[in-house]
Design a protein around this ligand. Structure first.
Ligand SMILES: NC(=O)C[C@H](N)C(=O)O
Length: 485
């Protein structure tokens, strides 16, 4: 059963071949065994999962089952879960049990899905390797057969590794600068970052509020569509959520791609992209041509400014968002504070890890009175130019395609001593967040036995088109079905 997709598992449950309790037991058994090696979960909620599975079976017996009823999945540990530990990968929240559900959590609960637990992540979603988690690094299931411990990408590395290793068929994730797409690429799974505002951020622990977006991770595009059907929609509790109709994302999956106009941003096919990676991505694009798409080169002239702009804006927003973690209300508090100031300073010094502290310092500096115009304001202007590049490109083409990452999964520890090399993991993904548009990563081949991701980028609210393009590609390729040993 562990190899089946959400769509297939749903059909198995519907046919009565297996109950949700049986299915949940199978997945939990596998998860507890295999995850000793991978550390893709921070919390496994066995008791709650079995109770939910029972409830799902009753629901089905009463003739009230829907597609997700009784299907197991997991949440990234950034989504608040009522009564269940939510750590965001940090010591700061190691003891935090939210008294409420995120809207995304609530939506899956209402759909009857069975959450097996919370997946590992970089601390407060800051990172590209899931090595900065207070709960230890996650290992990529790919590479293990060669005796190598490679990173799964990040920050949603736990979700990506768990889906790749068949510990769950699907998991939620979030993406601020690449955190869904980069781990999806490195683990050989399919991930979608929706348009900013498409999925509610209520109860999703904030990193950089103008960039953060919840999204989906599964092995097939179809399952991503099934997840987005549950997650997307207006939420009055999130002031940046957009009130706009949600289509059935599965309805257009099988539309033919004949006439689809694909643009290849020339700035995304240079620099540190290896020849072997480029060959895999170009091979995938040739498949699209066989499916009737046309391909032309386009330009995103401000592409090389994206990382610099992001690493001003994201830390600036993080420094403001993370000021709430001060030991006063919830989360970690230092032992025996002398006075209020001592409590604030020691709580924050002891509760946050190195990368989080680095970003709080950078962000605070960029926002300080004398430097605001030189850094933050300038970065916002650059952000507007980057957005305009995409708007211009979408006047000529329907989607853009590129590699998701410049290289496949790297060895653990390889980039931890130099933050800038880690930041460069996001060269092809970060501009998309600055513009607020949707993008996917789809398995598109292998280099040295490691998965390669194809990034498909679309105009605002074109999730259905991206899912359609990914699904049709997955009908003629089997990269997404390959299983790590
Ligand atoms: N949160 C993300 O999207 C990850 C990105 N690599 C960052 O460290 O900011």
């Amino acid at each position: 059963m562990h190899n089946k997709s959400v769509a297939e598992l749903s059909r198995e449950l519907e046919s009565g071949k297996i109950s949700s309790v049986e299915l949940t037991r199978q997945f939990l058994g596998r998860l507890k065994k295999e995850d000793e090696q991978l550390n893709s979960f921070i919390t496994i909620t066995e008791e709650q999962a079995l109770a939910d599975a029972h409830a799902a079976d009753e629901q089905r017996a009463a003739g009230k089952a829907t597609l997700w009823t009784g299907v197991p999945f997991a949440h990234k540990d950034i989504f608040c879960t009522n009564g269940v530990s939510t750590t965001c990968g940090s010591k700061m929240l190691a003891n935090f049990v939210p008294p409420y559900d995120a809207t995304v959590t609530e939506n899956f609960r209402k759909a009857g899905a069975v959450c097996l637990g919370k997946t590992n992540m970089d601390e407060f979603a800051m990172g590209s390797s899931t090595e900065s988690s207070y709960f230890g690094a996650t290992t990529n299931p790919w590479g293990l057969s060669q005796g190598e411990k490679r990173v799964p990408g990040g920050s949603s590395g736990g979700s990506a590794a768990a889906v790749a290793a068949r510990l769950v068929p699907a998991a939620t994730a979030t993406d601020t600068g690449g955190s869904i797409r980069q781990p999806a690429a490195l683990c050989g799974v399919t991930g979608l970052k929706p348009t900013y505002g498409r999925v509610s951020r209520y109860g999703m622990i904030a990193f950089a509020s103008s960039l953060d977006q919840g999204g989906t991770m599964a092995r097939t595009a179809e399952d991503n569509a099934l997840m987005l059907n549950v997650m997307a929609g207006f939420d009055p509790k999130d002031s940046t959520s957009i009130d706009r109709d949600v289509p059935d994302y599965t309805a257009t999956l099988t539309e033919p791609l004949k006439g689809l106009r694909i643009g290849l941003p020339k700035e995304y096919f240079t620099g540190n992209l290896s020849a072997a990676m480029e060959e895999q991505v170009r091979g995938a694009i040739r498949e699209y041509e066989k499916l009737g798409a046309t391909v032309k080169e386009v330009s995103l002239p401000h592409a090389d400014l994206a990382i610099a702009a992001y690493y001003v804006i994201a830390p600036a927003e993080a420094s403001a968002n993370l000021s709430r973690f001060d030991g006063a209300r919830y989360g970690y508090r230092c032992e025996d504070p002398k006075d209020l100031l001592d409590m604030y300073t020691r709580t924050r010094a002891e509760g946050f890890g190195t990368e989080v502290k680095r970003r709080i310092l950078v962000g605070t500096y960029a926002l300080s009175a004398g430097y605001f115009d030189a850094y933050y304001l300038k970065a916002q202007k650059v952000r507007r130019l980057i957005q305009q590049d995409f708007i211009n490109a979408f006047k000529e083409v329907d989607v853009l395609m590129s590699p998701t990452t410049p290289s496949p999964a790297f060895i653990q520890g390889e980039k931890t001593s130099d933050p800038v090399t880690m930041y460069l993991e996001d060269v092809f993904t970060i501009a998309i967040n600055l513009a607020g548009i949707p993008a996917m990563s789809v398995p598109a081949g292998f280099v040295d036995g490691l998965p390669v991701g194809l990034q498909i980028i679309g105009d605002y609210f074109s999730e259905a088109r991206l899912l359609n393009a990914a699904h049709q590609f997955q009908q003629v390729t089997d990269w997404h079905q390959r299983e790590p040993q």
